[in-house]
Design a protein around this ligand. Structure first.
Ligand code: ADP
Length: 534
């Protein structure tokens, strides 16, 4: 692999609530690890600061070592805090462990402590640790509301103390979470909350004029950071046009940028993926030489079809002529739940196969999908698998289904992407979206709604204006009709134009959505604000 080293090197410190794989809940964890590793590979010094959650499995950290105990401020007290250091995915990680109850519990989020106060503590403790160790990184990179208070603490406190050099970059991964914070709560980390209760600073835009008590850490982070990045150019435009933060973002338009996330191409690589029954890749020269690789994707498809009991017995049945659609997602409103349920009936009607791998955090939605699973899993064309954690797959009553027992949803997701002809992402909004990028790398053609990062990565096959970009099927409306129109066209291509279909599959597999490709944009951002030594 070509590794480009930068000549002008920096020290970058991420301060974040998540990091894959040790403390991952969603895309944030993947982004931090992927971006940090790409910058490291280019020669930069990178550290990741995360809370030492009780649920982190210590055996997943290389060379974990206790470094020191220091004190950081919370609510009038200086709390003894332990610092550990270790290596995760090749990246140096600093673990911050307060001696109080913060970050205790069996999950990353949802412990029985006040999350807002805990993350404010963590933000200050990270700066305090830099101060104690006299470390002056070029960039402190914060993420989401959880570390949105850090830029305030930096510019209004630590910059007046000893931290002079760092500049602050904030990435917003999802605008829905805004870190609602009372003035008094902000006071607990040592800032005077009343100073931030103005429209220009951190007052929550939804309550301006009638509740100055309510602040937003995300808004404060936007105002106080040197650069604000969100995770795709289209999501950037959408957030400038609508949503409660639009006014603030417009005011700070000059420092607001959209940079697409990358995917981890080492973890998501069909040529080496240990979870697949057969490997394959999009490089046609390899296809010619290694015969079984030509068949690799087909083998994965047959394996999944048999394993899930999707293939009915009978002489007329040809698994290769049945398009297999997969949808791997959290089952939440953002992801287009009504379109996902529509897909069940429509794929059946069109004579295709559909596997949904999902999990609903909301009990009502979970019950609805359990009902759908009960109804449709008897069928030979639909499988609805409700899981998103390590555990056994619920047995499906088919003779070959035993193959699947004991798989966790992560392993299963690799196999499903590899088996799929079509990956479905019908989101109502999608800041960036990884599923379509992963699907493409595994040769699944995307069918997506034109929103956020989906609009930046998938371009319609029938768009005459830019045929060179065409790599999938795109619809715009949030109604059933628009969605069905796109799915129809995908099925028609699959069945009616097999050669063109093969070309699209090859094309999507060869696209470069890696961090190697996109990290350079972050490096440019860092360079644009850093302070150079005299
Ligand atoms: P979001 O961060 O909003 O959940 P993304 O598309 O950015 O959406 O990332 C979703 C990631 O989580 C993808 O890697 C997808 O494969 C994975 N994922 C989602 N649901 C499941 C599930 N039930 N089982 C396994 N992986 C899942």
């Amino acid at each position: 692999i070509d590794i480009q080293k930068d000549s002008d090197l920096m020290h970058i410190v991420h301060v974040t609530a998540e990091m894959a794989p040790i403390a991952k809940v969603g895309g944030l964890g993947d982004v931090v690890t992927g971006l940090a590793r790409a910058c490291l590979t280019r020669g930069h010094k990178v550290d990741v600061f995360i809370p030492f959650y009780e649920c982190i499995k210590k055996q997943h950290i290389n060379g974990l070592a206790f470094i020191s105990t220091y004190k950081s401020y919370h609510e009038g007290n200086w709390v003894p805090t332990n610092v550990y250091q270790g290596v995760v995915s090749g990246i140096n990680v600093v673990f911050i462990e307060p001696s109080n109850h913060f970050f205790k519990g069996s999950n990353v989020y949802g412990g029985s402590y006040n999350e807002l106060e805990a993350y404010l503590f963590f933000s200050r403790a990270s700066l305090e640790w830099l101060q104690v160790t006299a470390t002056q990184p070029d960039i402190i990179h914060v993420h989401e509301w959880q570390t949105g208070g850090l830029p305030l603490l930096y510019w209004d406190m630590y910059h007046y103390l000893s931290l002079k050099k760092p500049r602050i970059v904030l990435t917003i991964h999802n605008m829905e979470h805004y870190g609602e914070c009372g003035q008094e709560q902000l006071g607990k980390c040592g800032l005077d909350g009343s100073l931030y209760a103005t429209a220009e600073k951190a007052v929550d835009d939804r309550t301006i004029g009638h509740n100055p008590e309510r602040l937003s850490l995300l808004k404060g982070g936007i105002v106080y950071s040197n650069v604000v990045v969100t995770v795709s150019p289209t999501y950037l435009k959408e957030t400038l046009c609508s949503g409660w933060l639009a006014g603030t973002l417009i005011r700070h338009r000059d420092k607001y940028l959209g940079i697409l996330n990358g995917i981890d191409t080492a973890m998501w690589n069909p040529a080496t993926d240990v979870f697949l029954p057969a490997k394959f890749d999009g490089n046609s020269s390899v296809h010619k030489i290694v015969a079984n690789r030509v068949e690799g994707k087909k083998i994965c498809k047959h394996f999944v079809q048999r394993g899930l009991g999707l293939a009915p017995e009978g002489p007329d049945y040809d698994p290769d002529n049945v398009p297999l659609v997969v949808c791997i997602t959290r089952l939440v409103a953002q992801k287009g739940l009504h379109l996902i349920t529509n897909a069940i009936n429509y794929v059946k009607e069109l004579g295709g196969q559909l596997v949904i791998l999902g999990k609903a955090p909301d009990a009502r939605v979970e019950r609805e999908f359990e009902g759908l699973a009960k109804l449709h899993n008897k069928d030979s064309s639909i499988r609805i698998l409700l899981m998103y954690s390590i555990g056994a797959i619920p047995p499906i009553k088919q003779p070959t289904s035993l193959l699947w027992c004991g798989l966790c949803s992560e392993e299963l997701s690799h196999m499903l992407y590899a088996a799929a002809d079509i990956v479905l992402v019908p989101s109502i909004y999608e800041p960036c979206g990884l599923a379509q990028m992963i699907g493409m790398r595994y040769g699944a053609v995307p069918v997506v709604r034109k929103t956020g990062g989906l609009a930046d990565t998938v371009f319609d096959m029938d768009d005459q204006l830019q045929p060179e970009l065409a790599n999938g099927f795109v619809f715009e409306g949030i109604d059933e009709g628009s969605f069905i129109w796109a799915l129809d066209r995908a099925f028609a291509y699959y069945r009616g134009k097999p050669n063109e279909w093969k070309d699209i599959v090859r094309k999507v597999m060869q696209m470069d959505n890696s961090w190697n490709n996109t990290a350079g944009k972050y490096i440019d951002v860092y360079n644009s604000v850093r302070v150079r030594d005299q």
